[in-house]
Design a protein around this ligand. Structure first.
Ligand SMILES: *Cc1c(COP(=O)(O)O)cnc(C)c1O
Length: 225
């Protein structure tokens, strides 16, 4: 199917459940993103800073760019002027740098905490204890130019549906706990970013509010991300 047909298909599926679709365009050429844009889609996810900067420059300016990959502190400055949401905050140090660069650009940047839910060593993210400690710290309380809008997680890369379901359930449960303990008065803390091409249906069933879908829209990637 074509990119525009895929986009329209997702729109139809997601309209009823009010889940936001992040079209993951990493490794995809400008023309393919333009095709999705022309089909009416304006939210794209990238996992590399330089690629996102180049695409932001080349494409229409009303696109919402979401950073979904690991972010190094020294690269925050390149995306701070335009990035919409950073899904991959995995340390206080990184959050402090995002805050600093947001301030320089006179912006408030939306951020999600990436939480480690997978049964794998390779994935980035905060552990539960680490996240709680961060939220309780004085340094965190001082940050005024970042807005924490929720959590993000990547499930284990497995065919075991039960395991994936449990990992998403865990993330949703953590989200609810954090909401009660730390963000009760912050209605903007409302996002659970979970679910990709292979597991978005399970993710939605478990309460996802943002799914990050690449190959199911653009086809298989030629280069490894
Ligand atoms: C690549 C990527 C996706 C999308 O993966 P697909 O399987 O192509 O849908 C989602 N989230 C993150 C963090 C990614 O790096």
């Amino acid at each position: 199917m074509s990119i525009s047909a895929n986009i329209n298909d997702f729109k139809k599926q997601l309209g009823a459940v009010k889940v936001k679709l992040i079209a993951v365009s990493k490794t995809q050429p400008i023309e393919k993103i333009q095709e999705a844009y022309d089909a009416g889609h304006k939210i794209f996810g990238e996992n590399q800073v330089q690629e996102m900067v180049e695409k932001h420059e080349a494409l229409p300016k009303d696109i919402e760019w979401h950073l979904i990959g690991h972010l190094q502190t020294n690269k925050v400055k390149y995306i701070a002027p335009f990035v919409s949401v950073i899904h991959s905050v995995d340390s206080l140090k990184l959050l402090q740098e995002i805050n600093k660069q947001a301030l320089k650009n006179n912006r408030i940047i939306d951020c999600l905490f990436q939480v480690y839910i997978a049964d794998e060593d390779t994935k980035f993210g905060l552990g539960y204890d680490e996240l709680i400690e961060l939220l309780r710290s004085e340094e965190f309380a001082e940050l005024k130019n970042v807005r924490i809008t929720g959590v993000m997680g990547i499930a284990t890369n497995t065919n075991n549906q039960k395991q994936i379901k449990e990992e998403f359930y865990e993330l949703a449960t953590l989200f609810n706990g954090l909401k009660t303990a730390f963000f009760r008065k912050q209605p903007e803390f409302k996002e659970i970013s979970m679910g990709m091409s292979s597991d978005y249906l399970v993710a939605i069933e478990q309460g996802s509010t943002m799914i990050r879908v690449g190959s199911a829209i653009f086809g298989v990637r030629s280069r490894k991300p």
